[in-house]
Design a protein. Structure first.
Length: 176
C-alpha cells in the first residue's frame, strides 16, 4: 500500500505522514515498534502479577503473541530483516529485537522455579524458539500445530523449572 493510500485511509495527508515518520518504511517501523512495546508491557505486567502460576502466565502470553503475529507478524519479520541489513528506518528496532526481552523472560522462568544461573539461557532459548514458531505460523497458517509445538516447549521448560533433569550442554565459564 502506498503512503498516499495509507494517508487517505487514516484521514490525513501523505505530507503529514512524511513529516512525522520520514517515509512509508518509517511509518511501518513505528507501527512495529508500538506493537512490540505493547507486548513487552504485557510481559512486564505478567511478570509483576503474583496471583497466577508462572506457567499459566507463559501460556497466556504465548496466546497473546501468536494472536498478534497473525495480524502484525509479516511486518515484524520484514522489519527484523531490514534491521539485520542495517537499513536506516529499522536502526532503532535492531536494539529491541532481543535484549529488552531477556530480563523479563528470565525473571518469569525464575518465578517458575528455574535456577537463577540457568534462567538467562532459557530466556534466550525460549525467545528464539518462540520466534521460530511464529515464523512457522506465518508460513503454514497451522495455528493448532504451532500451539502444540509451543506447548511441548513450555512443558520442557516447566520440567526444568520443577527440578527434573533436563540437560542442555551449555558452555561452562572458563576457570581463571
Amino acid at each position: 500500500m502506498s503512503l498516499r493510500t495509507m494517508a487517505d485511509r487514516l484521514g490525513t495527508s501523505h505530507r503529514m505522514l512524511i513529516y512525522h515518520f520520514g517515509s512509508r518504511e518509517g511509518l511501518l517501523a513505528a507501527v512495529v515498534h508500538a506493537v512490540e512495546a505493547d507486548q513487552r508491557a504485557a510481559l512486564a505486567m505478567l511478570v509483576a502479577e503474583t496471583g497466577r502460576e508462572p506457567m499459566e502466565q507463559v501460556r497466556r502470553f504465548w496466546a497473546r503473541v501468536a494472536d498478534a503475529t497473525e495480524v502484525y507478524g509479516r511486518l515484524f519479520f520484514e522489519l527484523a530483516s531490514d534491521a539485520l541489513y542495517d537499513r536506516p528506518h529499522a536502526e532503532e528496532f535492531r536494539a529491541e529485537l532481543v535484549d529488552p526481552w531477556l530480563t523479563p523472560l528470565a525473571e518469569l522462568w525464575e518465578r517458575a522455579g528455574m535456577d537463577r544461573a540457568d534462567a538467562p539461557a532459557y530466556a534466550r532459548l525460549g525467545l528464539g524458539a518462540a520466534r521460530g514458531l511464529l515464523l512457522d505460523l506465518l508460513a503454514t497458517g497451522d495455528r493448532a500445530a504451532v500451539d502444540e509445538a509451543a506447548e511441548a516447549l513450555h512443558q520442557l521448560f516447566e520440567a526444568k523449572a520443577s527440578g527434573y533433569s533436563v540437560t542442555f550442554l551449555l558452555p561452562q565459564p572458563a576457570n581463571e
